[in-house]
Design a binder for this molecule. Structure first.
Ligand code: GLC
Length: 650
C-alpha cells in the first residue's frame, strides 16, 4: 500500500499561514517593489515544499516546529530585502542560464589572500594577472576573523561577518567581488559550517554558561557519551591530539571538536543553529559570493554507533540550505568538500544539494599513476566513478591547500590486482622520497602511530620531481619533472569539469620549509605548500628564459585551447581501452565535436595501436591539437615519455 504523503499539503498550508503576517510586517518595503516581490514569491512557492520536507525531517519532531518555519521565512525575506540590486540582476542572468558553470570557458584558481597579495586591497591590483591566466572563478581561502596563532589556516572562524583585520574589511571584500564580477570572474569563498572557533561569540556565551548557546554545540558533563561516540570515530588530526572531544575548563564540560580543540562542532539538531548558519550563508551571498565551498560536509550530523560521517541528515541540511539559497540568492552555487570514500563523495552531488564537487579521487589517482607509471587503477576507477548527475560538475585539481590522502576504493584496487593496504604504504613511501628511485619531495602529514596511516603534503612541482631535480642540478631530471607537470595539467584541463589551479602552481612553486621555524604551525606540514614565495609575474612575463615563464605560458596555452573546444564542456567522458597499461585515454564529445585524449604515464615512449584507435572511431588523418602534429590514417599512435595528445577525431 502506498502511504499517503501529507507533507505537500501541509507545506502550502503553513506557507499560507505565515506569509500574510510577513507581508504585513514588511508592507512598506514590499510595496515599493511589487514586481520583485512577485518574483521572490514565485521562487518561494517553487522551493517551499522541498524546504518544508527537509526541515520536517530534521526538526518536525520538535514541539515548536511551526515557530522554526516562521523564523526561517522571516530570515528569507529579510535577506532578500537586503540583497543589493546588482546581485538581483545577477540572479536574473543566472536563472536565464543556470548551467553556465558547465561551460568549457570556466577555469578556476584558488589562493590565500595574505600569502598572495598581503591583503584584500592589494588583490585588486592582480585582477589583470588572473585575466592573463584566463581565470573566471576565483576561490579565496578563508579570510574571516580567527583566533591569533593557530587557527587551522583560517578554518576556525570567530565571526563570519568580519574579515581578519590583517587581511582587510568586509566592505573591501564586497568591493572586490564587484570588481571581479565586472571582469567576468566569480568569487568563491568557504562556508565553514561544521564548526566555529572557540572564540566565536556563540562559543563565548556558551562558555559563560548561557544554556541557549551551550545548545549551539555538543557539550557533555562527563566522558560517558564521548566515550561511546569515540569508539567509532576517525581521528582527523591524530598527530596533534587524540580523540574528538576537548575539555573546556570554563564550562567544565567536554566539547565535540572533530578537528582541532579550538574548532567546536555546531549542533545541527538545534534548529536555531540551522537558522543562524543559514543567515551567515545568505549574508555571504549578499556580499557577492557566487560559489560557497561547503567545508567538511561529511561531519555535520552525529549518530551514536556510527562514525558520524556522511549521515543522511548531513544531506538534508545541505538540501535545506540549497532551497533557501534558491529562494533568496538563486545565483549562489555550492561546492562540496567531502574528502571521504568515493561512494560517499558522490552522494553530495546533485542540483538540489551541491552542484559542484571537488574530485579527490581523480587527484589521488593521478599521483598514484605518476608513481607507478601504470594506469590500471586510474582507468578502472574513472570508468565507473566519473559519471555524476546532470547539471552538476566536478572541480578537478592536482593540488590544493590540503594534504593528499589515498581515498581510492579497496575493492577497485583488488579488482585490478592491487593490494590496497600495501599500495597505500608504497605510495606514502614514494611520495616522501623514501623509496628507491622516487623523484618526490613530499612531507608526511598526520602520522598516526596507532595504525601507521599518514597523508602527504607538498607542492605540485616538488611532488612531481622538480625540487629534487633542481637540487641535483640535473637538466635531464628537470625536463622529466616538467613533462610530468604538463601531463597532469593536461588531464585536469581536458577531462571534464572545472580545472582548479592552486595559485603558485602556474609558475612551478616549490616546497617552502619556513613553516618549521614557526611554533604555531610547525606540526602542520600542510604549510610546506602554503607559501609566501611569489613570482613577480608582471615583470617576468617578458623573461622567456625562466622555467617559471615557461610553466606560466604553457598553463595559459592549455586554458586557451580548452576554451576553444566545446567538446571539453562538462558532459560525457568515456574512458577508452588503449591496449597499453601505461596509457590513460578518454573521449570528450559535444554535438559534432569529438576529441580523443591519450596520456602516457611512462618515461619511455608508448604506443596505442591502430586497432585500438580505430575502435575509438578515428577516420582518416587526425590532428593533435596541442602541437598540430598529424597522425596519418591507419598508423599507430606513438607518445613520447609523459606526452599528452588531444586528437580531433570529429
Ligand atoms: C577542511 C579544510 C581543511 C581544514 C578542515 C577543518 O577539510 O580543507 O584545511 O583543516 O576542513 O576545517
Amino acid at each position: 500500500m502506498i502511504e499517503y504523503d501529507w507533507r505537500p499539503e501541509q507545506a502550502i498550508k503553513s506557507l499560507n499561514r505565515i506569509l500574510p503576517e510577513v507581508e504585513k510586517t514588511f508592507a512598506n518595503k514590499l510595496g515599493q517593489a511589487p514586481n520583485e516581490w512577485h518574483q521572490f514569491k514565485n521562487r518561494l512557492h517553487r522551493e517551499w515544499e522541498r524546504l518544508f520536507i527537509c526541515l520536517h525531517q530534521l526538526y518536525g519532531w520538535q514541539y515548536d516546529f511551526f515557530y522554526t518555519l516562521q523564523r526561517l521565512l522571516y530570515t528569507l525575506v529579510q535577506y532578500w530585502l537586503k540583497r543589493p540590486a546588482e546581485l538581483k540582476l545577477l540572479d536574473e542572468k543566472r536563472e536565464a542560464d543556470p548551467l553556465w558553470f558547465l561551460s568549457e570557458k570556466v577555469v578556476g584558481g584558488v589562493l590565500y589572500v595574505d600569502l598572495f597579495s598581503d591583503n584584500l586591497a592589494k588583490l585588486d591590483d592582480h585582477i589583470s594577472y588572473f585575466k592573463k591566466l584566463g581565470l573566471n572563478y576565483l576561490h579565496l581561502m578563508p579570510l574571516f576573523a580567527v583566533p591569533k596563532g593557530d587557527n587551522d589556516g583560517g578554518y576556525a572562524v570567530s565571526d563570519y561577518r568580519a574579515i581578519n583585520p590583517d587581511i582587510g574589511t568586509m566592505e573591501e571584500l564586497s568591493k572586490l567581488a564587484a570588481a571581479l564580477r565586472d571582469e567576468g570572474i566569480s568569487l568563491v569563498l568557504d562556508f565553514v559550517f561544521n564548526h566555529t572557533s572557540d572564540e566565536h561569540i556563540w562559543a563565548q556565551k556558551a562558555k559563560s554558561g548561557n544554556p541557549d548557546f551551550m545548545a549551539y554545540y555538543y557539550t557533555y558533563p562527563n566522558r560517558e557519551l564521548p566515550d561511546q561516540f569515540q569508539k567509532y570515530l576517525r581521528e582527523i588530526f591524530p598527530a596533534v591530539r587524540k580523540g574528538s572531544f576537548s575539555w573546556c575548563e570554563e564550562m567544565k564540560r567536554w566539547v565535540w571538536t572533530t578537528f582541532n580543540s579550538f574548532q567546536w562542532d555546531l549542533n545541527y539538531t538545534n534548529p536555531e543553529v540551522f537558522r543562524a548558519m543559514a543567515e551567515e550563508m545568505l549574508f555571504l551571498a549578499n556580499q557577492g559570493v557566487e560559489v560557497l565551498r561547503l567545508d567538511a560536509v561529511a561531519f555535520i550530523w552525529k549518530r551514536l554507533g556510527t562514525n558520524c560521517e556522511n549521515q543522511p541528515e548531513a544531506h538534508t541540511i545541505i538540501r535545506a540550505f540549497n532551497a533557501m539559497a534558491k529562494i533568496v540568492a538563486p545565483s549562489l552555487l555550492f561546492k562540496s568538500e567531502a574528502i571521504v570514500h568515493p561512494d560517499d563523495v558522490i552522494q553530495y552531488i546533485h542540483p538540489d544539494e551541491c552542484q559542484l564537487s571537488y574530485n579527490p579521487l581523480l587527484m589521488s589517482l593521478l599521483w598514484e599513476a605518476l608513481a607507478t607509471r601504470e594506469t590500471k587503477l586510474l582507468e578502472y576507477s574513472m570508468r565507473h566513478r566519473y559519471p555524476i548527475p546532470a547539471g552538476c560538475t566536478w572541480v578537478n585539481f592536482i593540488r590544493c591547500h590540503d594534504d593528499i590522502g589515498w581515498t581510492f576504493d579497496d575493492q577497485d584496487a583488488r579488482n585490478v590486482g592491487i593490494d590496497p593496504a600495501a599500495h597505500r604504504k608504497f605510495l606514502n613511501k614514494f611520495y616522501t622520497g623514501d623509496y628507491p628511485g622516487s623523484f618526490s619531495k613530499g612531507v608526511p602529514f598526520q602520522f598516526n602511530a596507532d595504525n601507521g596511516d599518514v597523508r602527504i603534503s607538498g607542492t605540485f612541482s616538488s611532488l612531481a620531481g622538480l625540487e629534487d631535480a633542481i637540487l641535483k642540478q640535473d637538466d635531464e631530471l628537470i625536463q622529466r619533472a616538467v613533462r610530468r607537470i604538463n601531463l597532469l595539467r593536461s588531464i585536469i584541463v581536458s577531462i571534464g569539469g572545472i580545472p582548479l589551479l592552486y595559485i603558485g602552481d602556474e609558475w612551478g612553486m616549490l616546497n617552502d620549509y619556513t613553516y618549521l621555524t614557526d611554533p604555531t604551525i610547525v606540526n602542520d606540514s600542510r604549510w610546506v605548500h602554503r607559501s609566501r614565495k611569489r613570482w613577480n609575474a608582471r615583470e617576468d612575463l617578458t623573461d622567456q628564459d625562466t622555467l617559471e615563464w615557461r610553466f606560466f605560458h604553457e598553463m595559459v596555452k592549455l586554458f586557451d585551447l580548452r576554451k576553444k573546444l566545446p567538446a571539453l564542456q562538462n558532459g560525457g567522458m568515456e574512458v577508452i581501452h588503449t591496449g597499453n597499461h601505461h596509457l590513460f585515454g578518454y573521449i570528450r564529445m559535444f554535438s559534432d565535436q569529438k576529441i580523443l585524449i591519450v596520456n602516457n604515464f611512462a618515461e619511455e615512449p608508448q604506443k596505442m595501436d591502430a586497432d585500438h584507435l580505430n575502435a575509438c572511431g578515428i577516420k582518416g588523418d587526425v590532428v593533435n591539437l596541442i602541437n598540430h602534429d598529424v597522425l596519418s590514417s591507419g598508423k599507430d599512435l606513438v607518445l613520447s615519455g609523459h606526452q599528452s595528445v588531444w586528437l580531433d577525431i570529429s
